[in-house]
Ligand binder design. Structure first.
Ligand code: S3P
Length: 194
């Protein structure tokens, strides 16, 4: 596989998409983009507020618009929200010019990693584990269908996951060449450097 224009990370809440995405971008010399954070910046409000005021449907509309815009980007690693696979029209947007990576994570890990979180409206209830189980049942087949690479993340450090991903994405590029590409890349205003 030669280096793709974009790398897109999908997977459930607590899979580590942002942490791993940021590190992977650095390693590839790509820019890191996080669709949820950009939605928040554009909207001037956080995701709980958007869910409160516009409902989940309002958030999903913003998400589709954002995925559409970001599908044109090049040299980027995109971390998506866990529900990005729910709208069929998002599928082509996620896959456009991209290697799609599913960060697959057990329910136990998802529960552990989201336990103290207050920024995920779908989990602010009496049974977050039950919600994660139900979402997994619906979404796991979608993540799997969309993905070029399925990477298990349980009991692995982010560093190990990133190393394994770099090998899967582009096993032939030696480290010094990735470094050179990284140094050559320009910062584009309005985006976040990894
Ligand atoms: C959601 C996941 C969240 C965020 C929103 C909805 C979901 O993103 O987009 O709270 O439907 O699974 P993370 O997967 O980054 O937590």
């Amino acid at each position: 596989m030669s280096l793709p224009e974009r790398v897109v990370l999908v997977g459930p809440m607590g899979a580590g998409k942002s942490t791993i995405g940021r590190m992977l971008a650095k390693e590839l010399g790509y820019r890191f983009l996080d669709s949820d954070r950009i939605i928040e910046e554009r909207c001037g409000a956080n995701i709980p507020w958007i869910f409160d005021v516009e409902g989940e449907d309002g958030f999903r509309q913003r998400e589709t618009a954002m995925l559409d815009e970001l599908s044109e980007s090049q040299g980027t690693v995109l971390a998506t929200g866990g529900g990005a696979v729910m709208r069929p029209e998002n599928h082509a947007l996620l896959r456009k010019n991209a290697v799609v990576i599913y960060l697959k994570t057990s329910i136990e890990q998802q529960v552990e990693r989201t336990r103290k979180d207050r920024n995920r409206p779908l989990l602010q209830n009496d049974d977050p584990e039950g919600v994660l189980r139900r979402l997994f049942a619906v979404r796991d087949p979608l993540y799997t269908k969309l993905a070029d690479i399925v990477m298990f993340t349980d009991r692995k450090s982010p560093r190990l996951v990133v190393r394994q991903l770099v090998n899967r994405i582009n096993p032939k590029t030696p480290r010094h060449k990735r470094q050179r590409r990284k140094e050559g890349r320009q910062h584009v205003p309005g985006t976040q450097r990894a």
